[in-house]
Ligand binder design. Sequence first.
Ligand code: CTP
Ligand code: CA
Length: 221
Amino acid sequence: TLKALAPHDLTGQKILITLGPTREHFDKVRFWSNPSSGKMGWSLAMAAWLRHARVTVVHGPVNLTFPPGVDTIGVNTAREMFDACMDLWPDMDMGCCTAAVADFSPVPHGRGKLKKDECPEGLCVTFTRNPDILKTMGEHKRPDQRLIGFAAEAEVDLQTTAKAKLTAKNLDLIAANRIDSDETGFARWNNSVLLLDSQGQSEHMLNRPKIDIAWRIWDWM
Ligand code: CTP
Ligand code: CA
């Protein structure tokens, strides 16, 4: 099989991967989210699984399937993803956060469905900050654990923002990509990333299949 042919260099490694968007509900039928497909996280999970790691995926709402050998935990909200990851992280060797976690949640209207006549002048929604899953994992990281993050940036200076997030979240490696690129990024099978590690080494991968980027990231680790 393909798995037998792949290198076994992640044998025994317990790896936690977050992927997909989160959904932050405003009322029974409406939520705040983003178009993340989970494909980058799926690629990392597949690559690690092929290399004989023990992979646990915590995912938001996505249309993806995983082989039976990969443990999956489905969640909806950032808070649920946070709780699942905090539970799992102490038992892991590596963590890799690719999820497009909503930074804010609307204060819910209630359990029902908002009627438009309740807001004849228009609707103002208040949002509260969500916990930063990756940052909290970084704060609790032991010397024997490794942590990988992603960064989605609209700014031009990818290097500076990526470096800042690498340091602020206590990461070993960060993969930064621009969100303004047409061919790559959100919901595509290709991506362009800048890989940057805590030792100061860096590498650009331009318009490459996400599975190749995933493979390179595990080589690096
Ligand atoms: N992340 C997370 N939990 C959050 C927000 C982000 O785990 N609540 C993780 C993402 O999975 C990603 C990394 O943090 O690996 C960076 O996410 P990004 O949105 O690029 O950066 P933020 O730190 O949220 O800052 P900002 O959106 O303001 O640029
Ligand atoms: Ca964010």
